[in-house]
Ligand binder design. Structure first.
Ligand code: PLP
Length: 394
């Protein structure tokens, strides 16, 4: 099912897109676990290598299972095309390395995943690509940061871990005025809750490791965007740099996509219940969740997202109180991932955002007392009971 995708709903696309049944008539998408593909003759090998004849050559270039995942994710994101990558970070790396050059500039939201900050701050400048960080919700700040060399605007919405919401349409106007690409990391929402391209984003980035897999099994990523850009710039980079996705991981993600919308609804429902409980708890200084009426960009969230997502952050007095809660929980896993079917607790200041300097962390709003929850699919009563128990003796 690749033609006429427009007429199918999200749920149907998530199950059916991209799989062209083989002669074996399999029902489940086949896993092409092969590094290379055979040719009928020397002549055919030469034609495939030169591009004169279409077809698989080598799994760093194309693989049918990876292609199936790419087509399905592109359809779900309402994008023209998709390239799968070995991780979420390699999606960002591949995008920047293939579309920007020495002297180009990026404007990025200050409130993004710690490793993304490191990539922008420590890796790209060595190749002459500088990034200016701005407050995500201050549109005037984005405009002020633009320069003639700005070629990309980069944002995560909702952001990690503060769950701030960016106005995608407004950022698109700023990007278009400067002929720059607007890139949205859609990791927290997934296309089940938000389709940034429909709001004006040029490119969507994914860490498929998170909700797309949804069961904490594989690391992977993706870039969704215009066909011409992907074909002419990003795919050739991947072929040379080798930042490609393994077919096995692509197969796992395909299976994850099939249940994505159902899982995202339950993640959001559990997160809403937990956020409301935290919001009322006197030990919690602040709760960050776009589903709360008190969230500063609540209306923006309602205009861009169909639900508020599975990530809730909150602030306790300090590190001691935060670590006490982490260590007292039974049900929540202490692990660095998010978007798993199992609920997870993270102390961002010493883990995901630990490599950022204390001053920068403070400026980002990531305090020592902050904890991030990724709400899984367990019964919400059990989760609340676990939190209630962990909050004793704080
Ligand atoms: C918002 C966001 N983007 C990108 C990444 C990087 O993804 P990966 O770990 O798959 O490289 C993460 C990882 O936690 C993330 O939270």
């Amino acid at each position: 099912m690749t033609e006429n995708d427009e007429k199918f709903s999200f749920e149907t696309l998530a199950l059916r897109t991209g799989h062209a049944r083989t002669l074996e008539q399999e029902h489940c998408e086949p896993l092409f676990m092969t590094s290379s593909f055979c040719f009928d003759s020397a002549e055919q090998a030469a034609k495939r290598f030169s591009g004169e004849e279409q077809g698989n050559v080598y799994s760093r270039f194309t693989n049918p299972t990876v292609k199936c995942f790419e087509e399905r994710l592109a359809a779900l994101e309402a994008g023209e095309s998709c390239v799968a990558t070995s991780s979420g970070m390699s999606a960002i790396l591949s995008l920047v390395m293939s579309t920007l050059s020495h002297g180009d500039k990026i404007v990025a939201s200050r409130s993004i995943f710690g490793t993304s900050v490191n990539l922008f701050e420590k890796v790209f400048p060595r190749f002459g690509i500088e990034t200016v960080f701005v407050d995500m919700t201050d549109l005037a700040g984005w405009i002020r940061a633009m320069s003639p060399n700005t070629k990309m605007l980069f944002v995560e919405t909702p952001s990690n871990p503060l769950t701030e919401i960016a106005d995608i349409a407004a950022l698109k106007t700023i990007a278009a005025d400067h002929n720059a690409l607007l890139v949205v990391d859609n990791c927290f929402c997934t296309p089940a809750l938000q389709r940034p391209i429909k709001h004006g984003a040029d490119i969507v980035i994914h860490s498929a490791t998170k909700f797309l897999d949804g069961q904490g099994r594989c690391v992977g990523g993706a870039i969704v965007g215009p066909k011409v850009l992907l074909e002419e710039k990003i795919t050739p980079f991947l072929r040379s740099a080798g930042t490609c996705l393994s077919p096995f991981n692509a197969w796992i993600f395909l299976k994850g996509l099939e249940t994505l919308h159902i899982r995202m609804e339950k993640h959001s429902a559990n997160a809403t219940i937990v956020a409301k409980w935290l919001h009322k708890n006197p030990l919690v200084k602040k709760t960050y969740y776009p589903g709360l009426e008190t969230h500063p960009q609540r209306n923006l969230c309602l205009s861009q997202q169909s639900a508020s997502g599975g990530i809730v952050s909150f602030e306790l007095e300090g590190r001691q109180e935060a670590w006490h809660v982490v260590d007292s929980l039974n049900l929540f896993s202490i692990t660095a991932n998010l978007g798993d079917s199992k609920s997870i607790i993270t102390h961002p200041a010493t883990t995901t955002h630990g490599r950022i300097s204390p001053e920068k962390r403070k400026a980002m709003g990531v305090s020592e007392g902050m904890l991030r929850l990724s709400l899984g699919l367990e019964d919400s009563n059990d989760l609340i009971r676990d939190l209630d128990m962990a909050f004793q003796n704080v």
